[in-house]
Write a protein that binds this ligand. Structure first.
Ligand SMILES: C[S@@+](CC[C@H](N)C(=O)[O-])C[C@H]1O[C@@H](n2cnc3c(N)ncnc32)[C@H](O)[C@@H]1O
Length: 471
C-alpha cells in the first residue's frame, strides 16, 4: 500500500495553518519530506475582480455561503487520483478507522467550509463527507488540522517509536491502559508497583487488563469489534457478570434479506465432447480477486461499523477461492490486531508442521492477503496489473441501485481483460460509500424461501459457482 504523500487543504483562510504546519512532529514530517501539505485559497480560483469566493444565500437568511464556481475550480485543479473529503457537521464521524483508511490514500484533499457553509452543488464534486463530531465549528480549518494530525502520525517513520500508534487507544480496538511517569509518588498517589518491577511479561498483562477494564467502563460498545482472546473474554465476563457477551459477540456474518431473480444459464463446455472450450478457459478466474470487507460496513441501525474477522471466513473463503482458481483473497480491516490475527492464521497453516501435514490447506491459505482499506486493495491490484480493476460488488438488498444478473456478468467476464475485484461485505453489508464505487452491482442472491440470512462464506461460494462453475 502506498502511504499518504500529499494533503491539499482547500480553504478561505490559509494563514490559519501557518504555525500549525511548522511545529512539532508535523513540522518535522513536512521538513523530512514524508508528507507534503499544500494550501489552496478559494479566492485564487475566483474569476471576478474582487476575488469573491462567497455570497449571500438564495432564499435569504444570515451569513455567507461558499460559491460553487471557485470551490469546484479548486477541486478540479487537484492532481488525478486525489481523494476529496468535504468537512461538514453533516458528514460521517471521523474516527481511528477513517484515519487509517485515509492514511492509505496517496493523495488527499480536505475541503473547509466557512460561514453558513457551502453551495449544495459542491457536494457532487467530492468523494466523501466527514465530520469531527456533533458540534458546529466556525469553519472546516480546525477539523482539517485535527484530521491532518491524526493521519500524519500514522505514516511510516513519523513517530520515533514504531509501536506507539499501534498501542494507543482505538488502534488495537481498545482504549489505552493508564500511563505514569515521574515522580513515583504524587500527592499521595503511588505508581502501580508492577510498572516498577521490570517484569516485561507481567507489565504487558497488567496493561492489557487495564485496557480491557477501561474500555468496559468507558466505551463498552468498542468491545463488539475489538479482537479479544479467550482470557480477555473470561476477565470481561467476570467483571460484567457475563453481560460482555452482548458486546463481544460481533462476527463477520452476513446478511439481511434479498429478493428473488432467476439466474440466466451460462455456457462453456463443448456440446459434443463435453470438454472445456476456449471460452471456458478464458473465463478461468485467474484475474479475479475476492475481497472481504470488515470496514466500512453498515450497522443494523444504518450507521457505520467495523466487524470482526472470523477464523471460519479466513479458511472457508480461501478454500472456495482456491477451488475456483481465484488469484487472491483479500481481507480488509483497519484494525492492526485483526490484521495480525489474519496473518497469524495464514502463517500457522503455511509454515512448519501444519503446512506440511495439510498441504491442501496451505495451498488455499497462500491466497490470503491483508489490507487496511478497500482503496489499498485496488491500489495493489492496479500496481500489479498496471490497469484499473473492474469493481464488482455484492449486496443482499440493492435498495433501488441498479443490479446486474450473474449470466450477464459471466458473459462480460469472458471478454474482460482487466483484473476483477469481487467484493463482499460483512455485518449488514457494504457501506454506501463503497457501493458508490462499484462498476457492477450483482443481483442479490435469491432462494425460494423468504428467509435470506446467508453467511458471507456461503454467499461467496454461491457467487463463485454462478460466475465460474460448470454449467
Ligand atoms: C458554521 S459551519 C456551517 C454549518 C452548516 N450551516 C450546517 O448546519 O451544516 C461552517 C463550516 O465549518 C465546518 N464545520 C463545522 N462544524 C464541523 C464539524 N463538526 N466537522 C467538520 N467540519 C465542520 C464545515 O466545513 C462547515 O461548512
Amino acid at each position: 500500500m502506498a502511504p499518504l504523500r500529499e494533503i491539499h487543504v482547500l480553504t478561505l483562510f490559509p494563514d490559519l495553518f501557518e504555525g500549525f504546519l511548522r511545529e512539532s512532529i508535523l513540522g518535522k514530517a513536512v521538513e523530512d519530506g514524508r508528507v507534503a501539505i499544500r494550501l489552496l485559497d478559494f479566492r485564487t480560483f475566483a474569476t471576478d475582480k474582487h476575488h469573491s469566493a462567497d455570497d449571500v444565500p438564495y432564499g435569504g437568511g444570515s451569513g455567507m455561503v461558499l460559491l460553487p464556481g471557485p470551490a469546484v475550480a479548486a477541486l478540479e485543479s487537484l492532481p488525478p487520483g486525489t481523494r476529496k473529503v468535504l468537512l461538514t457537521p453533516q458528514g460521517a464521524r471521523f474516527d481511528h478507522a477513517a484515519a487509517v483508511r485515509l492514511a492509505g490514500e496517496p493523495r488527499l484533499a480536505l475541503f473547509c467550509g466557512r460561514y453558513e457553509g457551502f453551495d449544495e452543488r459542491i457536494r457532487a464534486h467530492v468523494d466523501e463527507e466527514l465530520s469531527l463530531g456533533d458540534f458546529v465549528l466556525q469553519g472546516g480549518e480546525v477539523a482539517a488540522m485535527a484530521i491532518v494530525e491524526a493521519l500524519v502520525r500514522l505514516l511510516p517513520g513519523v513517530l520515533h517509536n514504531a509501536d506507539s500508534p499501534r498501542e494507543e487507544s482505538f488502534a488495537g480496538g481498545l482504549l489505552e491502559y493508564p500511563q505514569y511517569t515521574r515522580p513515583r509518588e504524587f500527592r499521595g498517589v503511588e505508581v502501580p508497583e508492577i510498572l516498577l518491577s521490570g517484569h516485561h511479561e507481567e507489565i504487558r498483562r497488567w496493561r492489557r487488563r487495564e485496557a480491557l477494564r477501561r474500555t468496559l467502563e468507558r466505551r463498552p460498545e468498542l468491545l463488539a469489534t475489538a479482537p479479544l482472546t479467550g482470557e480477555d473474554r473470561e476477565l470481561l465476563g467476570r467483571w460484567s457478570g457475563g453481560a460482555v457477551e452482548r458486546w463481544s459477540g460481533g462476527s463477520g456474518e452476513a446478511q439481511p434479506e434479498a429478493k428473488r431473480r432467476a439466474s440466466p444459464p451460462g455456457g462453456g463446455r463443448d456440446a459434443v465432447s463435453g470438454r472445456r472450450t476456449k471460452d471456458e478457459e478464458r473465463r478461468t478466474p485467474s484475474r479475479v480477486h475476492v475481497v472481504l470487507v470488515h470496514h466500512p460496513i453498515k450497522s443494523r441501525v444504518g450507521g457505520l461499523i467495523t466487524t470482526s474477522v472470523t477464523n471460519l471466513d479466513i479458511h472457508d473463503i480461501a478454500r472456495a477461492s482456491r477451488t475456483y482458481g481465484v488469484r487472491a483473497y483479500h481481507l480488509v480491516t483497519p484494525i492492526a490486531l485483526q490484521q495480525e490475527l489474519v496473518r497469524g492464521v495464514a502463517s500457522h497453516w503455511l509454515e512448519g508442521e501444519s503446512g506440511e501435514r495439510v498441504p491442501a490447506r496451505a495451498e488455499a491459505l497462500s491466497l490470503v492477503r491483508v489490507a487496511e482499506s478497500f482503496f489499498a486493495v485496488t491500489e495493489s491490484v492496479r500496481a500489479e496489473a498496471g490497469v484499473e480493476p473492474l469493481v464488482v460488488m455484492t449486496t443482499a438488498a440493492a435498495g433501488g441501485r441498479p443490479t446486474v444478473g450473474y449470466g450477464a456478468l459471466r458473459q462480460r467476464l469472458r471478454s474482460e481483460k482487466r483484473p476483477v475485484l469481487l467484493v463482499f461485505g460483512t455485518g449488514w453489508g457494504l457501506a454506501d460509500e463503497l457501493l458508490d464505487r462499484a462498476d457492477v452491482l450483482l443481483d442479490p442472491i435469491e432462494a425460494s424461501s423468504d428467509y435470506n440470512h446467508l453467511s458471507v462464506r456461503v454467499a461467496v461460494g454461491i457467487c463463485l459457482d454462478r460466475l465460474f462453475g460448470d454449467r
